[in-house]
Design a protein around this ligand. Structure first.
Ligand code: NAD
Length: 437
């Protein structure tokens, strides 16, 4: 079906008002839940074939994560859909009723990435459906197996006028972006975000851009180093470093550096054994292009190795966990690495750390390991990022009452939980004056 026809069919259906009905929205969310539960194995198998990621990891991170959020939507979307009375200002009389009425925006486009190809499509999809919209999904062609499962599963459980899946790469996405959507949520690299935003401008379509960046993890001198190292290893090397909110690099002072590195070495050994390549817990780079990209940085870098756990193998698109000692001007400190290399930057004090973080593009998240509230406060008040976490990494994505999103180079707009519902909702200003009955 041509893209124009597909989008206009959805618009026609949206205009009937059917998707606005609470019972229809609930049915869509329940159908999505069923689709996900009944096809858990298919999704996990597909992600394994795309990433060589252990199926149990996909099952818990992507499927259980999506189901938990779906349940949260099911429990709350009705309440969020109701009009919200707002305060009367002095220009209004006691009989005036000012309120916000929640309108779905219309036809939504979700463009997904390949790194967590299930949950990063499911999360915006459920938010858009809960808010009463129709949705076109364009999963990433890079995770081709998962994209195929999306097409099959959604085709089986949903009519195309409610949820449609479009396959394709740059060419198809460029064509699709010529269509008029009412909101576009894009997840991926910042340079494509600019292309999406430019295309959206032609129709004055609002965008939510979920992009990337270099997320630092600050390990303060008073941190529990063993705990910090474990958290870093668990999050940096899951999915072979291809996680947008994984720690990109660590910042430590000379005081704790060698002990921290020792703890990281121990934790790598504990999780991935001394033969990382054979560990079922260790994924591969998504493809040769991304292998070559990370290898290219490694070749240009002047950083000294601190931990090396194996040899690179292009035939197996395998890059082992590597930890390197960097200066601020090293090749590894230029852009987001999106691979299994952890640079460690040494700073003399917290002021220097803050100056370094503030000197670069805004990260998606900043992680801090410390027992000091003053250290935490300095970081959250003097740096800009999508999120700041104290003594943890990545866990904010599962807290449905917190928004998820970047700022500046790491993105614009936000979603998850009610923030997602609000993203795909227009809050219409309604004022009732002298309406008696
Ligand atoms: P990708 O290659 O899968 O691209 C994402 C989507 O953009 C795909 O659907 C692809 O078809 C489309 N696309 C690519 N080039 C295009 C073009 N020229 N025109 C139109 N569409 C195009 O993913 P990626 O970009 O390699 O993803 C990696 C980046 O995504 C990293 O920077 C990472 O940090 C970021 N990311 C962010 C989040 C988040 O939630 N903020 C999540 C995952 C990944």
């Amino acid at each position: 079906m041509a893209f124009h026809e597909l989008v206009e069919n959805q618009r026609k259906y949206f205009n009937t008002g059917e998707t606005k009905k609470i019972e229809v929205r609930r049915q869509h969310l329940n159908t999505l839940r069923k689709a996900l539960e009944e096809n858990r194995d298919k999704f996990c198998e597909a992600v394994y074939n795309d990433h060589r990621r252990a199926k149990e990891l996909t099952s818990s991170i992507e499927i259980d994560g999506s189901l938990a959020e779906l349940d949260y939507f099911l429990a709350n979307f009705e309440k969020w859909s109701e009009p919200v009375p707002v305060e009367r200002t002095p220009v209004l009389s006691q009989d005036d009723v000012p309120m916000l009425v929640k309108d779905p925006v219309g036809v939504v486009l979700v463009i997904g990435p390949w790194n967590y190809p299930v949950v990063l499509v499911m999360a915006p999809l459920m938010a858009a459906l809960a808010a009463g919209n129709t949705v076109v999904i364009k999963p990433s062609e890079v995770s081709a197996n998962t994209s195929k499962v999306f097409e099959n599963v959604m085709g089986k459980y949903f009519d195309k006028k409610v949820v449609a899946v479009v396959q394709g790469g740059v060419g198809e996405t460029t064509e699709l972006l010529k269509e008029h959507f009412n909101h576009i949520l894009y997840t991926g690299a910042p340079f494509v975000g600019k292309i999406v935003m430019t295309a959206a401008a032609k129709h004055l379509t609002p965008v939510t851009l979920e992009l990337g960046g270099k997320c630092p993890v600050v390990v303060a001198d008073d941190a529990d180093l063993e705990f910090a190292a474990k958290k870093v290893v668990q999050t940096k090397w899951v999915n072979c470093g291809q996680t947008c909110i994984a720690p990109d690099y660590a910042i430590v002072s000379p005081k704790v550096k060698s002990k921290f590195i020792d703890e990281v070495r121990k934790a790598i050994h504990e999780i991935f054994t001394d033969n990382v390549k054979a560990s079922p817990m260790y994924s591969r780079m998504i493809n040769e292009r991304h292998f070559d990209r990370v290898k290219g940085i490694l070749d240009r870098s002047k950083a000294l190795p601190l931990i090396k756990t194996g040899e690179l193998d292009r035939n197996d698109i395998f890059i082992p966990p590597l930890v390197v000692d960097v200066r601020a001007d090293d090749a590894f400190m230029e852009d987001e690495i999106f691979g299994p290399v952890l640079p460690v930057l040494t700073t003399e004090n917290l002021d220097e750390t803050v100056k370094h973080i503030s000197g670069g593009e805004n990260p998606l998240a900043v992680y801090v390991f410390t027992n000091s509230k003053d250290v935490m406060k300095k970081i959250w008040s003097e740096t800009h990022s999508g999120a700041v976490l104290g003594n943890d990494i990545m866990s904010h994505v599962s807290v449905m009452t917190l928004p998820f999103g970047g700022v500046g180079h790491s993105g614009m707009g936000r979603y998850r939980g009610k923030f997602g519902f609000d993203t795909f909702t227009h809050e219409k200003a309604v004022l009732l004056r002298n309406v008696k009955n």
